[in-house]
Design a protein around this ligand. Structure first.
Ligand SMILES: [Zn+2]
Length: 499
């Protein structure tokens, strides 16, 4: 279904939202109890005394005394211009889907809320949810409240009793209304409003700021993501980067595919796990034709990825990116260091290696003054950790080369050194680099055409998103959050933006 956002300008000729919501000072001193409209509020019924279209301006709502048992504070409601202020039907532009009846203040959990009563346009037939055609009505369900964008901190609800359609082809369905999608209780406008804020604040903060629940914000973001994914433009993608991040505890991974073209960088796809099957699903989603015109694919040396890339985008230059390779080296240093700390402790030596982890993992230019001093001290020891650190720093030179041939020579030299180091984790990395020599040198062949730092940048942002957002225990939630923050998804054009 095509979603629609209701904005003040679609509310009818009186474009001023303050007028449309009845806040303009035009009070009619009448009391209408909220609860009494329960059964057929908003629905035109002969017995209710609502004026009908033919007797415009004659009949007024009946006065009902408020029973003491109903402790609802009801303010004088404001009558609007009836059919003039209608919610336009997005399926048939120009045709009104509903008409305002009453606008009043009510109490909800001790707080004042604004309720806007709606009823179907007179003599209108409901829209079938199955076939999208107008069909005869079957009956009318209980009125429900649909939350709209709050006004000056006051919650705003549409109150509408949905009709059920008696469609000759699709049996009985609840009618389609333009301001809400499916069974949501948030209006589409409010959902987009929350989703836009959820790009700037955490979901929890959005829920607190707009007095709604975390799950409402989640559903709003989910709606925005679904719409965006349906309307995403996949044309002209030349370079993609494949990355994995850990989520949850233990060995749970997500495979993320980014577009890393100079002109457009965004998250394209997320899959659970990092198996052959996972990446195959990406290519299935992406489409064979689009896979065949990829020019660059950037990834880690992870075997399942290499296999799938070779099979599905073999014309593309496959680049092993710097970020992932340096991550392998850092991991090797970490292993060497951890083993050595244990060893030194067992042999009763001074604990020179405690609190040195970041000294060895950080780039020297990023160290603070104190850290620099500590590192200089540490480097005087002939420790295995120090030797592996120096090997890693040495490898940084590799990336400075311009010609693939010279870079290759450097790589061979480095691997030889690493293999003689008697440091098993470093030797492992060296073996891996040797095995992927060609792909590594593609880095120099692709130089300048793909943006090298983008995979690393996305990786950091993705990790931040998953870390920041507590409550993301399910894959669905994390998927929605990542697409929302990193996907650059399109949004429908609306006549009015609330934020
Ligand atoms: Zn139908």
């Amino acid at each position: 279904m095509r979603p629609v956002s209701i904005s003040p300008s679609s509310l009818g000729p009186s474009t001023d939202f303050a007028v449309a919501t009845g806040v303009a000072p035009r009070p009619v001193p009448q009391l209408v109890p909220f609860a009494r409209t329960g059964g057929d509020g908003g629905q035109e019924r002969p017995g209710m005394g609502w004026r009908s279209d033919s007797r415009r301006g004659e009949a007024r709502p009946k006065k009902h005394p408020v029973p003491d048992s109903e402790k609802m504070e009801v303010q004088p409601h404001h009558r609007l211009g009836g059919e003039r202020d209608a919610v336009e039907d997005y399926l048939e532009p120009g045709r009104k889907a509903a008409v305002y009846t009453t606008i009043r203040f009510a109490k909800q959990l001790g707080k004042t809320v604004l309720e806007i009563g709606l009823r179907p346009r007179a003599h209108s037939q409901p829209l079938c949810a199955g076939c999208g055609q107008r069909c005869p009505g079957y009956d009318t369900s209980e009125p429900r409240r649909y939350e709209f964008v709050p006004l000056w901190g006051i919650k705003v609800f549409f109150v509408y009793a949905r009709r059920r359609t008696n469609c000759p082809t699709c049996a009985i369905h609840v009618e389609v209304v333009p301001w809400v999608q499916g069974k949501h209780h948030l209006t589409t406008t409010f959902s987009w409003f929350l989703a836009r804020w959820a790009k700037r604040l955490s979901w929890k903060e959005v829920a607190e700021a707009f007095q709604t629940s975390w799950s409402s914000v989640f559903r709003a973001v989910e709606m925005a993501v679904l719409w965006g994914r349906d309307h995403v433009d996949l044309s002209g993608i030349k370079a993609v980067g494949i990355d994995e991040i850990q989520w949850q505890r233990g060995h749970h991974y997500l495979t993320l595919v980014y577009q890393i073209d100079e002109h457009c960088k965004r998250l394209l796809w997320i899959g659970k796990d990092r198996k052959v099957k996972t990446l195959l699903r990406f290519f299935r989603w992406f489409g064979k034709e689009r896979g065949k015109v990829l020019e660059f694919v950037c990834s880690d040396m992870w075997k399942p990825y290499l296999l799938v890339i070779a099979n599905n985008a073999n014309q593309a230059l496959h680049v092993l990116d710097r970020f992932h390779i340096m991550a392998h080296l850092s991991k090797a240093i970490d292993e060497v260091r951890a083993a050595e700390v244990k060893d030194l402790k067992a042999k009763g030596y001074q604990p020179v290696l405690t609190r040195t982890r970041w000294l060895l993992l950080k780039r020297p230019e990023n160290l603070t003054g104190v850290q620099e001093g500590k590192l200089t001290d540490l480097l005087r020891y002939n420790l295995r950790s120090v030797r592996s650190y120096l090997l890693k720093e040495d490898f940084q030179l590799f990336w400075e080369y311009v010609s693939p041939a010279w870079a290759g020579r450097f790589l061979d030299g480095w691997c030889k050194k690493a293999m003689r180091s008697r440091l098993e984790p470093m030797k492992k990395v060296a073996r891996m680099l040797r095995a992927h020599r060609d792909l590594l040198l593609n880095w120099f062949r692709a130089r300048g055409t793909i943006s090298s730092g983008s995979v690393e940048g996305f990786n950091n942002k993705a990790k931040l998103t998953t870390r920041k957002a507590y409550g993301f225990r399910t894959f669905r939630a994390i998927e929605v959050a990542l697409y929302h923050t990193l996907g650059s998804l399109p949004e429908p054009e609306s006549t009015h933006r609330f934020c």
